[in-house]
Design a protein around this ligand. Structure first.
Ligand code: CTP
Ligand code: MN
Ligand code: MN
Ligand code: MN
Length: 343
C-alpha cells in the first residue's frame, strides 16, 4: 500500500485532505509533541509535529512498519511509537501516550482563555487543583483575560461550528461596511481550510485604498460595544516598522494591528439546517446566546496576500512554508512579505 510517488518533507508541497486515515497515530504524536513543547524541548516537539503532519497526508491507514518505507519526516523516536502502536491490538500504547505525564490540573488550567503554562504551573505549585480553588484562593490575582476565560468557560471550551462562524462573519462584515463600504472581510484560520469546527473565528480586514484601514478597528470595536455584544476585547497595536527586515524567529507573531475578542452571538442569528437543529436538545443551556472567541486582524492592502497565506494555517503548514522558502528558495517569508535574500 505504500505510495510510489515520493512524498515531500514539506507540508506546503503535500496535498492533505481533511480525511485522516491515521488519527490513532497522529493523536499520539500530537500529545507527545505537546508534552515536549511544554518542557521547552523544541527538537522532539518539531519532530513529532512534522511526522504527524506527514502522516495526515497519507491516502491509506498504516498497519505495519512496511507501510513506512520511503516516507520522509520519520525519525527513530516516531518510528518506535508507530511500531509499538502497530503491534499492540489493545491500542494501550496510544492510550498511555495520551495520558503521558501531563498533570490533569495543568490540562484543566490551560484550557482557560488567558491561562498559559506558567500561570497553570504557579497555581499547581500553590496546591490549587480546581477552578473553585483558584477562584477562592485569596492570593490569586486574575487578569482581565482570565476573568473573561472563567466567566465564559463553558461556551469557549465547546467548539465553534461553521454556521456560527458564518453568523459572526456577517456581524463583522456589516459593522466594517458601516465605515468602509469597499472593505474586504475574509474568514481565515481553520474555517478557511474547510474545517467543520474550530476554537475561534479568525478574520482579516483590509481596504483597497492605502491608509483607509487606519482607525477602522477602533470604530468597529466601538459599534460592537454599543450593540452590547462585545464581551471582551484586547487590542494589540501595530508594531510594523518598514525599516526592519522580516523576523527570523520561528512562529513569531506578526506586526499587524489586531484584537483578540469574545463576542456574544445570539442563537437566533445562526442559520442551521433542520437536521442540525434536531440535535439541539443535547444542549441543556437555556440562554439565548453563546460566547465566541474572535480574532480580527487589520492589514494594509499591499500585505494582504501574505497575511492571508499566514493566517490560513495550519501552524505546521506555515512552519514548512517558511522552511521551504529559506532552504529551497533562499528567500524569507513571513506574514508581511516574501524577501529574496540575494536582492
Ligand atoms: N497565526 C499567525 N500569527 C498569530 C496567530 C496565528 O500567523 N499571531 C496563524 C497561524 O498560522 C494559525 C492561523 O493563523 O494557523 C490561525 O490561528 P488559530 O486560530 O490559532 O488556529 P486555527 O488553525 O484557526 O485552528 P483553531 O480552530 O484551533 O482556531
Ligand atoms: Mn482559528
Ligand atoms: Mn486555536
Ligand atoms: Mn485565532
Amino acid at each position: 500500500s505504500s505510495s510510489v510517488v515520493a512524498i515531500s518533507p514539506y507540508a506546503c508541497q503535500r496535498r492533505t485532505s481533511l480525511n485522516n486515515y491515521n488519527k490513532l497515530f497522529t493523536d499520539a504524536f500530537e500529545v507527545l509533541a505537546e508534552n515536549y513543547e511544554m518542557n521547552e524541548n523544541k527538537g522532539p516537539y518539531l519532530g513529532f509535529m512534522r511526522a504527524a503532519s506527514m502522516i495526515k497526508s497519507l491516502p491509506y491507514a498504516i498497519s505495519s512498519m512496511k507501510d513506512l518505507e520511503g516516507l520522509p519526516c520519520l525519525g527513530d523516536q516516531t518510528k518506535a511509537v508507530i511500531e509499538q502502536c502497530c503491534q499492540d491490538t489493545e491500542k494501550s500504547t496510544i492510550k498511555s501516550c495520551i495520558n503521558f505525564a501531563r498533570s490533569q490540573s495543568i490540562i484543566l488550567f490551560t484550557s482557560v482563555f488567558g491561562v498559559g503554562q506558567k500561570t497553570a504551573e504557579k497555581w499547581f505549585r500553590k496546591g490549587l487543583r480546581t477552578f473553585e480553588e483558584v477562584q477562592v484562593h485569596k492570593e490569586t490575582k486574575l487578569t482581565k483575560m482570565q476573568i473573561a476565560g472563567f466567566l465564559y468557560y463553558e461556551d469557549l471550551s465547546s467548539f465553534v461550528t461553521k454556521p456560527e462562524a458564518d453568523a459572526i462573519g456577517q456581524i463583522i462584515e456589516d459593522t466594517v461596511r458601516l465605515f468602509m463600504p469597499d472593505a474586504l472581510v475574509t474568514l481565515t484560520g481553520g474555517f478557511r481550510r474547510e474545517k467543520k469546527i474550530g476554537h475561534d473565528v479568525d478574520f482579516l480586514i483590509t481596504t483597497p485604498v492605502p491608509g483607509n484601514e487606519n482607525g477602522l478597528l477602533e470604530k468597529v470595536i466601538d459599534v460592537l460595544h454599543q450593540q452590547g455584544i462585545l464581551l471582551y476585547c484586547d487590542v494589540v497595536e501595530s508594531t510594523f516598522d518598514k525599516s526592519r527586515l522580516p523576523s527570523r524567529k520561528v512562529d513569531a507573531l506578526d506586526h499587524f494591528q489586531k484584537c483578540f475578542a469574545i463576542l456574544k452571538l445570539l442563537k437566533q442569528k445562526v442559520i442551521t439546517s433542520n437536521c442540525e437543529e434536531a440535535e439541539e436538545p443535547s444542549n441543556t443551556s437555556t440562554k439565548e446566546w453563546k460566547a465566541i472567541r474572535v480574532d480580527l486582524v487589520i492589514t494594509p492592502f499591499d500585505q494582504y496576500a501574505f497575511a492571508l497565506l499566514g493566517w490560513t494555517g495550519s501552524r505546521q503548514f506555515e512552519r514548512d512554508l517558511r522552511r521551504f522558502a529559506t532552504h529551497e528558495r533562499k528567500m524569507m517569508l513571513d506574514n508581511h512579505a516574501l524577501f529574496d535574500k540575494n536582492k
